[in-house]
Design a protein around this ligand. Sequence first.
Ligand code: A2P
Length: 339
Amino acid sequence: MGAKSYNVAVVGATGAVGNQMIQVLEERNFPVKEIRLLASARSLGKVLNFKGKSIPVEELREDSFKGVDVALFSAGSGVSKKFGPLAVSAGCVVIDNSSAFRMDANVPLVVPEVNGDAIRGGPGIIANPNCSTIQMVVALKPIHDAAGIRRIVVTTFQAVSGTGKRAIEELRHQVSEVLQGKPATREVYPHQIAFNCLPHIGAFLDNGFTEEEMKMVHETQKIFSDPGLRVCATTVRVPVYHGHSESVNVETQRPLSAEEARELLSRAEGVKVMDDPLQFQYPMPLDAEGKDDTLVGRIRQDPSVENGLAMWVVADNIRKGAASNAVQIAEKMIQRNLL
Ligand code: A2P
């Protein structure tokens, strides 16, 4: 008897995350029976590759989900809000990378190695958290389990690929313009991103934080099932193509030494400790590119609070931060006979 295989749809297949989803499905040998690649009418005529086969991109339509078992969405919130429920009505499991349903009380928000138990079976929506949240909770889960985190202060250094393909092009183009002594052409970001840092990701809110910062607060509380967890985030866009980095300080209920934290993290699923600063070993975005592990280093005691730890956390934002996490959710469902 052959193992079961599934009809999979990728919504937003021509985008930065969608493209990576196709690649991750192939690399991880996800049991795909048939793959359907969906995007806007603009992409009609495009052909993408899956396991050596050319697959034409189809226009996303209301009837696109007939016969599809699992749909990975990454085409923005608007598309998810409109087409997600339609896919569910067609009997599909929707794994949604947008922010549309993340804070919906009826929608599980899942990082498989952190709260895989939150996944339920049957047609419905499962939300993939924000890229910055995913890598942070993967690194903090073992510390939370061992010592009870009560406060997190995080500053992110986020790659332009998180904004999408146009932003990657904008950085490339601006670097070349600046090196030629020309003014940088701005289309995606409000300021020049080449050779600069923008402390501004998502719209500013009334409380002075940005949407991205508040996503990190609310999503972390939801994933750890702890609405009282105190989180303060500053999110910064930096001129890096791939890989988000984060400076994370935590305050725990019980004391935990840097040594113990390093030991716990070195055994944690989905984590790779790179922490030998004297040998110049610490995680950098270039190390994370193309990988699914969350890299953790610079683990040290934070002497400014009683039970404090500081660390540096890096992951590929398009892979673990988006595409790989979505595929891993589907894999977890198969493992637990939920798909
Ligand atoms: P398209 O390439 O046809 O515009 P990125 O975040 O890298 O910019 O990618 C966004 C993805 O979402 C692309 O695949 C894009 O398709 C897709 N997309 C955007 N708007 C729609 C829409 N209204 N219907 C279907 N797909 C969409």
